[in-house]
Design a protein around this ligand. Structure first.
Ligand code: ADE
Length: 236
């Protein structure tokens, strides 16, 4: 069976959306991964089929009901796959977590809406809470698409050797060096001389220096982590 993503959402029609195009879309069409969007509302009971209610303790917005989410999660359970809820309150999603998900059988993703999800069902189902960044989306759906895009490109056979992720940002701990193509002179801007010379050692050295400079300037957090690693293993 191919790598499977099951989505629990109030907006199943949002999928596959962007994931139906480009690299992820071609992989989906080839059967290299499977996407199943499950409507949370199908698991609501009662006359009004309500999926949410007012928060205990008061406050703005609505909270997704634990019984409804539990029933949807039960129906979506995928053997060996984690149940992940996308929320700005989660731990940050990392390339390492993306790679570990790609190595498994799949994932069940719960897309939150409204103000949140009743905490008890998050705990009862041992959900992993993940955030894609320090900003607030109106719902978890775009975050789920981001996570899946990042995972699918790592699945075996999805990226050609050409697009291989070996040298890209984060896998080395540094941001990637800049890229250039023809024309060599464009609007008065020249491509860095070293890249035109064919001296592969010099090119590798320049790229490493640029990766380090860009990381130091833009991401002091990544730079500190990379330096700590380099200090621990000076030959790396
Ligand atoms: N839902 C709303 N904002 C989010 C974020 N930043 N990450 C993941 N899920 C979200």
């Amino acid at each position: 069976m191919s790598w499977t993503a099951r989505l629990l959402t109030l907006f199943p029609e949002m999928f596959p959306g962007p994931l139906g195009h480009s690299l992820a879309g071609r992989a989906l069409a080839r059967g290299q991964w499977t996407l199943e969007a499950i409507d949370i509302r199908d698991h609501a009971t009662g006359r009004h089929r309500s999926v949410d209610d007012a928060p205990f303790g008061g406050g703005a917005g609505m909270v997704m009901r634990p019984d409804v989410i539990d029933a949807a999660a039960e129906a979506a359970a995928l053997s060996g796959a984690p149940l992940i809820v996308l929320t700005p309150r989660g731990r940050p999603l990392t390339q390492a977590r993306v790679a570990s998900l790609a190595a498994g059988p799949g994932v069940v993703l719960l897309c939150g809406r409204y103000e949140g999800i009743d905490q008890r069902v998050i705990e009862a189902r041992s959900m992993e809470e993940l955030s894609i960044g320090d900003y607030v989306l109106s719902g978890g759906e775009p975050a789920a698409m981001v996570l899946l895009d990042a995972v699918v490109r790592l699945l075996p056979g999805v990226m050609g050797a050409e697009e291989s992720g070996e040298e890209e940002s984060f896998s080395s701990g540094l941001l990637e060096y800049p890229h250039y193509t023809r024309p060599a002179l464009w609007k008065g801007r020249a491509v860095p001389e070293v890249l035109l010379g064919g001296n592969h050692a010099a090119i590798a050295e320049w790229r490493q220096a640029e990766a380090e400079r860009i990381t130091r300037e833009r991401r002091p957090d990544l730079w500190a982590a990379w330096q700590a690693l380099a200090d621990a293993a000076p030959t790396a």
